[in-house]
Design a protein around this ligand. Structure first.
Ligand code: COA
Ligand code: AMP
Length: 629
């Protein structure tokens, strides 16, 4: 069947489509009920099926005689460490650590927070949770104590698995103070903290609350996979939302395995045994789905890379990995390629390596600008594919499905809706858009398997936030259009989310931190265009009357507060004290207009503005601070 036929089948008869695909995974009990639509917008896929995430990632391949194949390659140019794990070895490590978790009292349904750098033990911990039916919640290492604490509190985790440290170019990230800070802030009390001690960077542990990874393994028994209901949760992944409070995206087990396994061949053209690399971080959805789960479900070799596209040690780091391990396809964020392009525009490093086995590059996480795509195409001489997805969905909503049929590239578009997703555009008058008309991008319900069935302990928020504005549709909070050929063009977010180096951040969350500063009366954070990171947050602050502190000190304090409370990943380095913020007569801050001024875009002075002169003042402040040149 060609792409059009497969796509139409998935939309016209989703139950048949997803029933036949479910045969491709291992079930203890095959589902007979494929889709339960009795309580929209809460849909259930495969509800009477029984399976296990870890079994499908590891044991199945061992039983099928692939135990000696390489499952995971770890390469850390930051530390110089490298390792390879076969499916047999990974299964053995995972089943031991699953036993260690059990010894610490972890039972089916308990939550385990994983706050770790990019080491194999992080993957082992994730899979061990799946083995015994615990729900993991991975927290990105670039987040600070506050964010870690809010996730511990919301998930009411039993155990935290962490590390003595992580490494960023030029600095060691000590986890101990971050963990201690989080435990002080969290209202919920953990039972235990397991520290993975990195060689040469061991820390002293405080018993009896803390135990090292190695100690936890001492009396651990190999532990088998537990039969799980298809709709039990595999994990919670918190992501930024419309307020500072992160949303716990949950993933159920059966649909996740079926959908992700299907994507490896159909979207990425990857077969069992191929070497696949996703240069992301396990703390993000791309890392969950495409470093860990999808490639292992498919029986591929996945690469875990603890490094950066530049500086570890140079702009040839990506080419070295591809060449050393004969990687077939790479998935990363456009910002990584912009970083390489900036450092090595002529591809001098590239020419040193043999990339003859490399077949395609996939980009996502932010819009891939045509310049970067063309630069990568010229250099790599392989298809460069922009595809669009979200933490909420866990797999691509739109893409060139290269395993079904290679489609032509339209630069700036994230290609067509993937089978399973009925994507539409709704205009501001709430009617469906015609081709090329702009509006909110929505997906007709039900969403396919593998997407989020709800939010952790927040059914109401799920329904109100995502499913209420447009009845019968999931609101993606992205805006754009679909052209006459069905290509989707993602143009902007419609909420407060910005995308900084492929990392999803909420400007509202940054504003919440800034407004805690004792001198700050009001603030506005906007994401301005940045050549490397796509967007960068800048903060505008007004001060309370009577404050006589130096503006520069206040800015510095604010920058530090954001780094300490949200984390370095916020990349918040610009805070400007201004006299007044532009507002409408009803008091709404005109953030969109400020962003347009900073990005030198055309803007209309809003008719509802309270005092248009403030826009000129802001312009002057941006010029003074070298933001507008
Ligand atoms: N633990 C601790 N700190 C971290 C971290 C982690 N796991 N990841 C990032 N940080 C820190 C960085 O060290 C940096 O700190 P600094 O302010 O002290 O320099 C800060 O967070 C911002 O990091 P980042 O946005 O990654 O910028 P960078 O300048 O270090 O690197 C790129 C820029 C483009 C090279 C880098 O962002 C990159 O490789 N991006 C790839 C895209 C990606 O992985 N996206 C994920 C979704 S697909
Ligand atoms: P995250 O949940 O971190 O994966 O971020 C999801 C958001 O990133 C989407 O809602 C988009 O705003 C943006 N995004 C992801 N991929 C793309 C893409 N290919 N083109 C444009 N925006 C993208």
């Amino acid at each position: 069947m060609n792409f059009k036929e497969i796509y139409e089948k998935s939309i016209k008869n989703p139950e048949d489509f997803w029933k036949s695909l479910s045969d491709d995974i291992f079930w203890y009990k095959k589902p007979t009920k494929i889709l339960n639509s009795s309580n929209p917008p809460f849909y259930k896929w495969y509800e009477d099926g029984k399976t296990n995430t870890c079994y499908n990632a590891l044991d199945l391949h061992v039983e099928n005689g692939l135990g000696d194949n390489t499952a995971l390659i770890y390469d850390s140019p930051i530390t110089g460490n490298k390792a390879k794990y076969t499916f047999n070895e990974l299964k053995s490590r995972v089943s031991k650590f699953a036993g260690a978790l059990k010894n610490q009292g972890v039972e089916k349904g308990d939550r385990v927070v994983i706050y770790m750098p990019m080491v194999p033990e992080a993957v082992i911990a994730m899979l061990a949770c799946g083995r015994i039916g615990a729900i993991h919640s991975v927290v990105f290492g670039g987040f600070a104590s506050n964010e870690l604490a809010s996730r511990i509190d919301d998930s009411k985790a039993k155990i935290l698995v962490t590390s003595s440290c992580g490494f960023e170019p030029g600095r060691t990230v000590e986890y101990r103070p971050l963990v201690d800070g989080a435990l002080k802030l969290a209202k919920h009390k953990l039972k235990k903290v397991i520290f993975y001690q990195r060689k040469g960077h061991e820390i002293k542990l405080n018993s009896p609350m803390e135990i090292s990874w190695d100690e936890s393994l001492v009396n651990a028994k190999d532990t088998d996979c537990l039969e799980m209901n298809s709709n039990d949760y595999a994990y919670i992944l918190y992501t930024s939302g419309t307020t500072g409070v992160p949303k716990g995206i949950v993933r159920d087990i059966g649909g996740h395995i079926v959908a992700l396994k299907w994507t490896m061949k159909n979207i990425y053209n990857i077969d069992q045994g191929d070497v696949w690399w996703s240069a992301s971080d396990i703390g993000w959805i791309v890392g969950h789905s495409y470093i860990v789960y999808a490639p292992l479900f498919k029986g591929c070799t996945t690469v875990l890379f603890e490094g950066k596209p530049v500086g570890t040690p140079d702009a040839g780091a990506f080419w070295k990995i591809i060449s050393d391990y004969k990687v077939k396809s790479l998935f990363t964020a456009p910002t990584a390629f912009r970083a390489i392009k900036k450092e090595d525009p002529d591809g001098k490093f590239f020419s040193k390596y043999d990339l003859s086995k490399f077949e395609s590059l996939f980009l996502a996480g932010e819009r891939a600008d045509p310049d970067t795509i063309k630069w990568a195409e010229n250099l790599l001489k392989v298809p460069v594919i922009d595809h669009w997805w979200q933490t909420e969905t866990s797999w691509a909503i739109s893409s060139n499905c290269t395993g079904i049929e290679m489609m032509k590239t339209k630069y700036g578009s994230a290609c067509k809706a993937v089978p399973g997703y009925d994507v539409k555009i709704i205009k501001s008058d709430k009617t469906l858009a015609k081709a090329n008309e702009m509006g909110d991008i929505v997906v007709k319900l039900p969403l396919p398997p593998g997407t989020f069935p709800t939010l952790w302990n927040a059914d109401k928020r799920y329904k109100e936030n995502y499913m209420s504005n447009y009845k019968g549709y999931y609101q993606t909070y992205d805006a754009g259009h679909i052209d006459e050929d069905g290509y989707i063009w993602i143009m902007s977010r419609t909420d407060d989310i910005i995308n900084v180096a492929g990392h999803r951040l909420s400007t509202g969350a940054i504003e919440e931190v800034l407004s805690e500063h004792k001198c700050v009366a009001e603030c506005a954070v906007v994401g301005i265009a940045d050549k490397l990171k796509g967007q960068l947050p800048i903060g505008l602050l007004t001060l309370k009357s009577g404050v006589d502190e130096d503006n520069e000190n206040i800015s510095k304090d604010c920058i530090k507060m954001v780094r300490d409370k949200i984390g370095p990943v916020a990349a918040f380095k610009i805070a400007i004290v201004v006299k007044r913020l532009p507002k409408t007569r009803s008091g709404k801050i005109l953030r969109g207009t400020v962003r347009k001024i900073a990005d030198k875009e055309d803007y209309k002075v809003p008719a509802t503005i309270d005092d248009p002169k403030i826009l000129d003042e802001i312009k002057e402040d941006l010029i003074k601070n070298n933001i507008l040149k």
